[in-house]
Design a binder for this molecule. Structure first.
Ligand SMILES: [Zn+2]
Length: 415
């Protein structure tokens, strides 16, 4: 029991009650009943306040105490896990380049993307209608340009009547049948996607809208398909997963513009991407604040949080009382913790989307014959590349990204 108190019963309660299955509890909390966990917290409470609570009557009070006392501990653990995922934890080697430069990369990405979003004006516009055959023809045109060897075109031709499925053309029965063949697919999730079947092959799921936007979504998902069949179960750094698809989306926009579709229409199509990107930025922005505190100090606690809070404070904040500031800081910390714990996959996807957009925008800025040649190589062999290769390959000045004293932090993060 003593050990468990040391382990911080509060942490156990919060995780056990709200987020974790029994088997996922931190080690020393395995097999403890809720009652025992409450007792741990009560012992911790006693030490803190020199009195105990009547557990039966004051569970609610005990719970809010636990939550308050454990919030930074849990946030720290979750930020650490998130950083590990961003820096290639799955590949079992920490990607030093990403780890070293995480903050600078985030900073660069935000600067590029804020500018991009800022420039952007949303104007409602009707998109030109296209039949499915016309969509297919344009996609063929794009593929012929981006891969003059015509290998991708051949793959597309081979799959479009069997493996490209238009979700909105299925009746309930067909949909259920499709759903049963998929490895994991959420019935509520009618999304454009490249998904894996139980047999281990891949399908491209699309919703046919009947306009030039279909070209963009087909190109995006088809590039996921290429990555999937080419990587052949080899691991790919998660943050590189969206990069090729986003690049070819931008390329398809250029292609459509050359075909004579109006600037206004192309801008409107681009606005979908920009909105997604905007949402991604919003979702990762709060996190980036804590990632910054964590990478610089290797911990996050109340004092550090307040310090950062006061650094970015504007005049409004300066007029707040200490209690009001604390309330803000706690709310921010709680929101962040809750968000990471309930959306781990979403956050991986969003990170991939934001980093992928940054890389794709860089590649599009330097568009030439070589770019297309390199992009084809990245796409076909993405599992052979790590982020560093691609940053260098795209001509991004990586020397400017370097941060110091990283070895030490790396060791700490690993344990
Ligand atoms: Zn995608």
């Amino acid at each position: 029991m003593e050990n468990n108190v040391q382990l911080f019963g509060a942490y156990g309660l919060l995780l056990a009650k709200k987020y974790l299955n029994e088997e996922d509890r931190p080690e020393g909390l395995h097999g403890l009943s809720d009652k025992e966990i409450y007792r741990c917290i009560n012992m911790f409470y006693e030490r803190r306040y020199g009195k105990s609570l009547d557990i039966v009557k004051n569970r609610k009070e005990l719970y809010s105490f636990a939550r308050k006392e454990s919030r930074y501990y849990i946030l720290c653990e979750n930020i650490k896990m998130l950083i590990m995922r961003i820096c290639n934890f799955d590949l079992e080697t920490v990607d030093l380049f990403m780890l070293k430069n995480l903050l600078t990369i985030y900073g660069n990405i935000y600067a590029v993307i804020w500018n991009y979003v800022d420039d952007f004006k949303f104007e409602e516009c009707r998109l030109s209608k296209l039949t499915k055959d016309e969509v297919i023809d344009i996609v063929r045109g794009v593929l012929t340009e981006v891969d003059p060897s015509l290998e991708w075109l051949k793959i597309y031709n081979d799959i479009f009547d069997k493996r490209i499925i238009y979700l909105n053309e299925l009746d309930d029965n067909e949909f259920k049948k499709l759903n049963d063949t998929l490895e994991d697919y959420d019935e509520d999730n009618f999304e454009n996607a490249c998904v894996k079947t139980k047999k281990g092959d891949h399908l491209v799921l699309l919703t046919y809208e009947g306009n030039i936007g279909d070209v963009i979504s087909t190109v995006h998902e088809f590039m996921h398909y290429i990555i999937e069949i080419k990587r052949d179960n080899k691991e790919v750094t998660n943050i590189l997963m969206e990069f090729p698809s986003i690049f070819y989306e931008y390329y398809a926009l250029i292609y459509l513009k050359r075909m004579g579709y109006s600037d206004k229409e192309i801008k409107y199509l681009e606005s979908y991407r920009t909105c997604d990107l905007w949402n991604g930025i919003v979702d990762t922005y709060l996190l980036s604040h804590y990632i910054k505190i964590f990478v610089e100090n290797y911990e996050i606690n109340e004092e550090l949080d307040i310090e950062y809070f006061s650094l970015i404070a504007d005049d409004d904040v300066k007029n707040l009382t200490y209690d009001e500031i604390m309330k803000n800081v706690y709310e921010q910390c709680d929101a962040c913790t809750e968000f990471i714990m309930t959306n781990p996959q979403h956050l991986e996807g969003v990170t991939s989307y934001v980093v992928g957009s940054y890389l794709a925008l860089n590649a599009i800025d330097r568009l030439g014959k070589n770019t297309l040649y390199n992009m084809k190589d990245y796409t076909n062999n993405i599992s052979d590349y790590n982020p560093y290769d691609i940053f260098v390959g795209l001509g991004i000045d990586v020397d400017k990204l370097e941060l110091k004293n990283i070895e030490k932090r790396r060791k700490k993060i690993r344990n």
